[in-house]
Design a protein around this ligand. Structure first.
Ligand code: ZN
Length: 150
């Protein structure tokens, strides 16, 4: 059995205690709500777009350390990226947290987000780690309904 403590890397703890971009944007172009009923994580993601690029991004809500750190690092990573780049990051991130990344390439391209690779050992936590990303995707697609991981 992998040790759950291994999952809570320093970087994850640090981001969960002091999440980056943890704020509501005053005039967001898009926003979406996400909910993970398994854990009780609930976040709203706000986006300010400039053409196809994410000019500004913020989030608010509450959740476990994994979900909050993932949201925090996601906003840091995706600010200034295009919608297509954000989608590619999400696909890579999803592969890494579900243990489908074939090589270490996926980890390298993810940069700091690779710290979440330990999540693949804990299926319950995959939904925590990906909640903010699903919510972001819904916001980018302009969906109004709250997304749920169920
Ligand atoms: Zn959670």
């Amino acid at each position: 059995m992998p040790d759950l403590r291994d999952l809570y890397q320093e970087l994850i703890l640090e981001h969960s205690k002091a999440p980056r971009n943890y704020r509501e944007l005053t005039t967001p172009d898009r926003k979406a709500e996400g909910y993970n009923p398994l854990c009780g994580d609930r976040f709203t993601v706000y986006l300010k777009m400039q053409g196809d690029s994410i000019q500004d991004i913020g989030f608010q809500g509450s959740g476990c350390a994994i979900s909050k750190a993932s949201a925090s690092m996601m906003t840091q990573t995706l600010k200034g990226k295009t919608q297509t780049e954000a989608q590619e990051f999400f696909e890579r991130f999803h592969k890494v947290v579900t243990g489908q990344a074939a090589s270490t390439n996926g980890h390298q391209e993810l940069g700091k987000l690779a710290v979440f690779s330990g999540v693949s050992e804990f299926p319950m936590r995959v939904k925590c780690a990906t909640l903010a990303w699903h919510t972001l995707q819904a916001a980018l697609e302009g969906k109004q309904d709250a997304v749920s991981t169920e």
